[in-house]
Design a protein around this ligand. Sequence first.
Ligand SMILES: [Zn+2]
Length: 259
Amino acid sequence: MDLLMIVLFFMIGTIFGSFYHVIGYRLPKGESLIKPAHSYCPNCKKQLKWYELIPVFSYLIQKGKCRNCKQNISIFYPVIEIITGSLFAVSYYSFGISYELGIALTLVSLFSIVIVSDLTYLMIPDEVTFFCAILILIFQFLNLGIKGGIFQLGSGILTFSVMYLIMLFGNFLFKKESLGGADVKLMLISGFVLHPILGLFVIFLASSIALPISLVLYLTNKEHIIPFGPFIVASILFFFLLKIDLNSFLNLLKFLMLH
Ligand SMILES: [Zn+2]
């Protein structure tokens, strides 16, 4: 595997990451993504120069402060850039140049945008979810052919429908919203990417990661609303990047039950 290409994918990923931060931050507020075309300091609105926009480096050189008003810049910016860059590199390492790489990069992009928008506003823009869903489906058809593509399409409809029914049942049972509608829409993507059984298992994996974290947050600062979207996408990514298919998953389950 070409190390130079992995580094290149990391660098491209950090640039995309800073763009995804803009999408996740502006889109839920109804702000335009292209106007203003330039990036600006959220505090003093001063337009940023090109050398203030280099992913990660600018943040480090400016010691995390705006050059104009000295306001602290959110650590979120470099964190999202590094996450996106690292996952771009891992995606290339896993798949090389292929249709599967297209699926992986779309999932990583969704992950970064969902982290920003769900953590900032507790919502995920529908446009982003559906755009990524369609893109992934196209890659699946190109990769698997008509038959395989139709299987993944059906898989997505199945995982979405099951989660939708569970949501309706939960709302009826608890007389309030138990599961976010945006999270249910993410399950469409789960089924498009994975075998429907794995696609549904994503919800259990996401819950078992999110539950201890929300418990700790609840005990430490009484904060008990944590966004669930990032955990769902992280779980889909986990299965896809590690190439865990239904067979290896069932073998793993058997192994765990016997030990
Ligand atoms: Zn400023």
